[in-house]
Write a protein that binds this ligand. Structure first.
Ligand code: G3P
Ligand code: MG
Length: 246
């Protein structure tokens, strides 16, 4: 069964990585969501792609200077559309509650916390703790571009399937040794310059392949015909019914 991942939620219908964006998945028949997680100064795990507030809120500055209380005063929706004025940056705990309620499956992308290894390690611990709240029948993949952090995650929670993310620019011939070192089950390559030959190599080495970010239906079709397992997309609502939950 091919997978469509709503990338940062239904991120062209609602502000990315917000509860509204994730809530919309169910009504569009999308089973899998992708979210990015990072950590605040007090250890709170939040859903955010960027480590600053500047692009997707009404504030600027670093996430790492905030505590959970500050989230009340930050608007993460008014930049997108008036319908989302007052939307908040969600905590990871809030997202897990939504995932359980809507019976979704979850790809957690651990962001490469830029405030150092101490906070990265704390992020891993706090993600692991929060995942205890995920109902056991929800499917889960944990991914990261930071393969050191991902490997450490796998060491701390070995039963969770993990995925090594690669940009086109760093998908070198050592991909296989990186996946082996991390004990990854998946490779998540960038779509740019991805060929059938590369996908054949990933699959014949035994890895499942989910490709990001695919915002073209014909390209998604081509990738699926080449054997990829899933695509991350910002336009999940445009995918035909054969990809969606019946
Ligand atoms: O997890 C797939 C994709 O989200 C990786 O890139 O930058 O959108 O988090 P980015
Ligand atoms: Mg991501």
């Amino acid at each position: 069964m091919t997978k469509i991942f709503a990338h940062r939620g239904m991120s062209t219908l609602a502000p990315e990585n917000t509860l509204s964006a994730f809530s919309l998945c169910k009504q569009h028949g999308i089973q899998w969501i992708e979210c990015d997680v990072d950590i605040l100064a007090d250890g709170t795990v939040v859903i955010s792609h960027d480590d600053t507030l500047d692009r997707c809120t009404d504030c600027s500055g670093s996430l790492y200077d905030l505590t959970k209380d500050n989230l009340r005063d930050i608007d993460a929706g008014s930049w997108f559309h008036d319908d989302f004025i007052g939307e908040k940056i969600p905590t990871f705990d809030q997202l897990i509650t939504l995932v359980n309620k809507h019976k979704l499956n979850l790809n957690v992308e651990i962001k490469s916390c830029t405030s150092g290894w101490k906070m990265t390690s704390r992020l891993l611990d706090n993600v692991i703790q929060a995942l205890e709240g995920l109902e056991p029948n929800r499917e889960l993949i944990v991914s990261s571009f930071n393969h050191l952090a991902l490997s450490e995650f796998k060491r701390r929670r070995p039963n969770t399937p993990i995925a090594c993310l690669f940009e086109d620019a760093n998908l070198w011939e050592d991909w296989h040794s990186i996946l082996e070192a991390c004990q990854a089950e998946y490779i998540h390559p960038e779509d740019i310059n991805l060929t059938k030959d590369k996908i054949d190599k990933f699959r014949s080495a035994g890895y499942k392949v989910n490709v990001y970010t695919v915002n073209d239906l014909a390209r998604a079709n081509q990738l699926f015909n080449w054997g990829v397992d899933g695509v991350f997309t910002d336009i999940a609502q445009q995918f035909p019914s054969k990809y969606k939950k019946q």
